[in-house]
Design a protein around this ligand. Sequence first.
Ligand SMILES: CCCCC/C=C\C/C=C\C/C=C\CCC(=O)SCCNC(=O)CCNC(=O)[C@H](O)C(C)(C)COP(=O)(O)OP(=O)(O)OC[C@H]1O[C@@H](n2cnc3c(N)ncnc32)[C@H](O)[C@@H]1OP(=O)(O)O
Ligand SMILES: Cc1cc2nc3c(=O)[nH]c(=O)nc-3n(C[C@H](O)[C@H](O)[C@H](O)COP(=O)(O)OP(=O)(O)OC[C@H]3O[C@@H](n4cnc5c(N)ncnc54)[C@H](O)[C@@H]3O)c2cc1C
Length: 629
Amino acid sequence: MVSRNRSQVKDHLGSKVLNHPELRNTKATEYMSHEEKYRYNLSRATAMLKLIDEEGMDVNEISKVMSHTVSGFTTPDGNPLAVHQVMFVPTLMNQADDDQVSRWLGDVFNGTIVGTYAQTELSHGTFVRGLRTTATYDPASRTFDLHTPDVSAAKWWPGGLGTTANHAVVMAQLYTDGQPRGIHPFMVAIRDRETHRPLPGITVGEIGPKLGQNTLNNGYLLFDHVKVPRENMLMRNARVNEDGSYTKPSHQKASYGTMVFTRVAIALDTVDALQIAATIAARYSIVRRQGEPRDDGQEPQIIDYQTQQLKVLPHIAACYVLRASTARLWEHHTHVTSEVRGGDTALLPELHATACCLKALVTQDCSEAIEALRLSCGGHGYMTASRLPALYAYATAGATYEGENTVLLLQTARYLVKQAGGSHAPPAAGSAVTYLSRPADDTPFAVGSPAAYVAAVGRVARGRVTEVAAALQADRQTMPEADAWNQSLVQLVAAALAHGRYFVVREFAEVVSQQSSSRAIQQMLQLLFSVYLAHAVSRAEGDFITYGGLTPSDIRLNRRHLLRLLAELRPHMIPLTDAFDLPDRLINSTLGAWDGDVYRRMFEQASHSPLNTDEVPASFHQAMLRSKL
Ligand SMILES: CCCCC/C=C\C/C=C\C/C=C\CCC(=O)SCCNC(=O)CCNC(=O)[C@H](O)C(C)(C)COP(=O)(O)OP(=O)(O)OC[C@H]1O[C@@H](n2cnc3c(N)ncnc32)[C@H](O)[C@@H]1OP(=O)(O)O
Ligand SMILES: Cc1cc2nc3c(=O)[nH]c(=O)nc-3n(C[C@H](O)[C@H](O)[C@H](O)COP(=O)(O)OP(=O)(O)OC[C@H]3O[C@@H](n4cnc5c(N)ncnc54)[C@H](O)[C@@H]3O)c2cc1C
């Protein structure tokens, strides 16, 4: 499996799970209790882990397996082993030293150790430096004392922590030699491997129901002076020696590496959810007919309403554009990580800046798009059986976890304003920010020219970044740094998003120009790109006038152009979503099956309601008749 790309891994595993004896048969989970749902999802997650093992996948491929296309089928209510796979294992691989890797990894892969990534606390998630769990080193016993000072410092949220994991990588404030040393990762056993009972000094449990993803098994965790051997601090980066002396990491934020990786993975994966939602809405929009009959005597297909085209088609274009740019980000991450492992951290700041803004842009765009697609399915889109609510719940969680989006965009903005002000190391060749130190691209705007649109998107990014950098610089002369920064927050976020948009469209422009296998494919990619660009302009008309060099007349022309492009794309809508190659069973939607047999499926799913088992449910007698008396 080692050389397969993500799409091949997804297809391979997709067909494996659909034929797997323990995975191929699914149950409707809507009517299960919280506990039953957890058991169902956990047993499927475990079967999936065994399958991964049988397939002999390495850690890189395990992350590919987390493709929502596959995991949404295997664990529809959230994978209680997701954080084990996506964060715990990669943290050990990248932050444990070689001795530690050989000590733990065997037990991880044979399933004896199941872990989570325990960073967030009740009172601190965003501000990692503010975490209050302590790890105090005692040279006499050569142990760390892990302690939760009060309930507000309880770990809260880690996936799988509730009742699944028996180990955790715990991010805690290290104290050694009487000095605070910042946040460091510790491998901590929290439950007995045999009995699964919490170990002495550990309080652990599940946090309760959420908007969605209810079997992620998010948990809480408190330590009452729990002793952890010195060898359990992950020591690839920083070290605590036996006498308590401390060796700094090669990069100050080296211990944040898992977060960078997971942001990249989330960006990539959320596009899977958008592809599924777009396929459902496209198929339903063809099947659904409603309105005054036309000349042929038939009511119109709803996709032929211009408003419906605007609700559905730009998001199909977004699937293609965002898939390409997030795949490029994944490749870039792989490259930079290998440089960092070799000791060269020069590319890390920009990778961090790019991962932050793409994770934020993609999860924001995808969750807004999935909600628009849900609305495009009218009442039936509100039903759980359409799958659209669960897809939305999944995508919008991505806007919060692994760094709340506003906070991440501010990280990107920090990098951008430093670049614009020349106070950061100059960008490396091929950097995504070289445009900030060059004159603006003055390609005149012309409707119908993708290159002209890309140039305008670049001018918006450049204009946004340089303007806010100047405002910040001016404010810094008259007020403290924190106030100056706060004064510009809204504009900083807008600048980072504009930069992200420019990154995305440049990457796709390259994909289109490099595509050489077929003229027809090239034309289709160009059409999709034109739709994406025209839609991007229509969503931010003010920006394109203020910074992009467009006139009010260009804006009017773009509005008409977008609608024309949508009409042009409409006949290709079904082939374009079929091309995502999603089998019906993986889509799992009453509205989105390939044969379009929507209404029969809706009736069929209604038959599962426990309230339909008896003609008159017992509750009628118990609740309603009694209340009449
Ligand atoms: C495969 C698909 C999987 C999809 C998912 C599947 C299923 C879902 C299942 C589960 C959910 C999965 C994951 C969720 C798990 C979590 O949520 S874990 C918790 C995540 N938490 C966060 O992300 C916290 C966000 N906060 C931060 O990252 C930091 O606090 C901060 C905002 C970045 C600030 O850090 P701080 O230490 O205070 O920074 P400081 O101000 O001291 O310094 C800033 C400088 O540091 C640089 N920097 C910051 N981070 C990094 C980094 N990661 N790498 C490199 N550099 C970094 C920053 O650029 C500044 O540099 P300067 O040069 O000083 O400007
Ligand atoms: C489903 C789910 C799974 C999770 N899984 C895990 C896990 O496995 N492990 C783990 O450790 N954690 C996990 N988390 C926690 C998650 O990482 C945090 O919730 C997330 O990082 C946001 O932090 P917060 O909750 O502190 O939000 P807050 O920071 O409190 O955000 C609240 C508001 O404050 C604003 N804000 C905060 N700081 C700033 C600032 N500096 N500037 C401007 N605005 C600011 C935000 O923009 C937001 O609008 C999970 C969360 C969820 C929802």
